[in-house]
Design a protein around this ligand. Structure first.
Ligand code: HEC
Length: 97
């Protein structure tokens, strides 16, 4: 009986960390794979940060300096994704900061 619960928990935590099959958006993938190393919902969260493309580019430079391993050719895609989801107007809606 308890084994069933354990399996359920493992399943849930796996889904919490990855979204298998959603490889279409490289920006999201890089964010999850590279940035999550140092940024999580609890530690240095990025969800409330809204920057322009130029500010994001500077920030990415800084992160690379900290050791973020962003695949070189992928920076434009990551910038696109960041501006789309964390752009200046807060595209996600509420303008929380
Ligand atoms: C090796 C660890 C590391 C990685 C990987 C990393 N960061 Fe950071 N990041 C930091 C640290 C430490 C700070 C806080 C110091 C600072 O703001 O310069 C920070 C700060 C930031 C800030 C500013 C936060 C604020 O409150 O102003 C942003 C935005 C950011 N990171 C975005 C990213 C993105 C996007 C990625 C992935 C491409 C990334 N970081 C990857 C370590 C990391």
């Amino acid at each position: 009986m308890e084994a069933k619960e354990a399996v359920l928990l493992v399943g849930l935590s796996l889904f919490g960390f990855t979204t298998p099959g959603l490889a279409a958006d490289d920006g999201a993938k890089i964010l999850a794979e590279v940035c999550a190393e140092c940024h999580t919902a609890k530690k240095n969260p990025l969800d409330k940060i809204n920057l322009t493309r130029g500010e994001w580019r500077d920030t990415l430079d800084r992160m690379v300096g900290y050791g973020a391993e962003i695949p070189k050719g992928k920076i434009p895609e990551l910038l696109d994704y960041l501006v789309k989801t964390h752009g200046p107007a807060g595209t996600t809606g509420k303008g929380e900061n």
